[in-house]
Design a protein around this ligand. Structure first.
Ligand code: 5AD
Length: 346
């Protein structure tokens, strides 16, 4: 085990068997050493800066029906909303004043936002904020659509692969969705010149150490600019309402392993980490993460964009939330910076 961690740090890779062992036999002593190494590597590449991304949840309409997700199509208890351009631009305006230089447009797969509407929106934001990066997180699209978004000025795209294993993928999603199509989208995005973020949920129902080993190997192969992982957190209005949440400890352990495998990748301490524990995001940073994604969405819509239960900060203004995060980061010796925070991965 100890040898595997040393090998990982040295060669940035492991075999599937080595991953499986490492992921099924976590010990506290091992974890502590791992976090130390991960922090060192992170500081070597990114110092103690923490990059921020302004998250704008602009629509919670979704044509998909993923079994874990609170905004799945079949959930009739969500009040659906979409922000208009003016509202989205006002989120950007507020975010810019606060020091955000990346805006993440995240939404369900909402057919109302046609390619034409999306490209218009992207171009407008880019024109008003030429020094900012635009990240999209709007799911699986045709290659032509991705190309149009890129040409309109989008810089980055977040699309978690969710789980590499196709059988496991099938157990989390309806039949019309497939692991292979999802993965294909990621390679396409990368080829089109997007900085790409992938990732997976930790502790999703039915997940085994072998599945996680496959996720690590897939990420190694994709070599994304960013990897977002967070614990699965059940949502009360989904088929997985009664399932157990993923563990904070395993998520942190995986974050540190990701830091050693992909030293230059951006790793967010995700909101779902914050859903499990008050200091979840601080612990994420201490395990090797270097990005946080505070919410810029209008307060009145926050609660309706609930992918899982216990979503933090649904009632906190962006400014107040950022101030809190700033002090939380300072408490552990890190600082939030005003920067586009591009990935060092090429
Ligand atoms: N728990 C944790 N993460 C979730 N996501 C969706 N539903 C849940 C849930 N119940 C994650 C998915 C998706 C991202 C936007 O949110 O991984 O890619």
């Amino acid at each position: 085990m100890k040898e595997s961690i040393a090998k990982l740090e040295e060669t940035q890779t492991l075999t599937k068997d080595e991953w499986t062992v490492l992921l099924s036999h976590r010990t506290d002593a091992l974890t502590e050493e791992l976090f130390e190494r991960a922090c060192k590597v992170r500081i070597q590449h990114y110092g103690k800066d923490v990059y921020i991304r302004g998250l704008i949840e602009f629509t919670n309409y979704c044509r998909n029906d993923c079994y874990y997700c609170g905004i799945r199509r079949s959930n009739r208890n969500v009040s659906r909303y979409r922000l208009n351009s003016e509202e989205i631009l006002s989120c950007c305006h507020e975010g810019y004043k606060l020091g955000f230089r990346t805006f993440v447009l995240q939404g369900g797969e909402d057919p109302w936002f046609t390619d034409q509407r999306m490209t218009h929106l992207i171009a407008t934001i880019k024109q008003q904020y030429p020094d900012c990066a635009i990240t999209l997180s709007i799911g699986e699209k045709e290659e032509d659509s991705y190309r149009l978004f890129r040409e309109a000025g989008a810089d980055r795209y977040l699309l978690r692969h969710e789980t590499f294993n196709s059988t496991h993928y099938r157990s989390l999603h309806p039949q019309e969705l497939s692991a292979s199509h999802r993965q294909q989208c990621l390679f396409t995005l990368r080829e089109l010149g997007f900085q790409v973020g992938s990732g997976f949920m930790v502790g999703s129902p039915g997940q085994t150490p072998e599945h996680l080993a496959e996720d690590m190997l897939f990420l190694k192969n994709l070599n994304p600019h960013m990897v977002g992982i967070g614990p699965f957190v059940p949502h009360h209005d989904t088929p997985f309402a009664q399932e157990k949440a993923g563990s904070l400890e395993l998520t942190l352990y995986l974050l540190a392993l990701l830091r050693l495998m992909l030293p230059k990748a951006l790793l967010p301490a995700t909101t779902a980490l914050g859903a499990l524990s008050e200091n979840g995001q601080q612990l994420g940073i201490l395990a090797g993460a270097n990005v946080i994604m505070p919410n810029l969405s209008p307060l009145e819509n926050r609660a309706s964009y609930s992918l899982y239960d216990n979503k933090p900060n649904t009632g906190t203004q962006a400014a107040e939330n950022l101030a809190q995060l700033r002090s939380k980061m300072e408490q552990i010796g890190y600082q939030i910076v005003t920067d586009r925070g591009d990935s060092l991965v090429h």
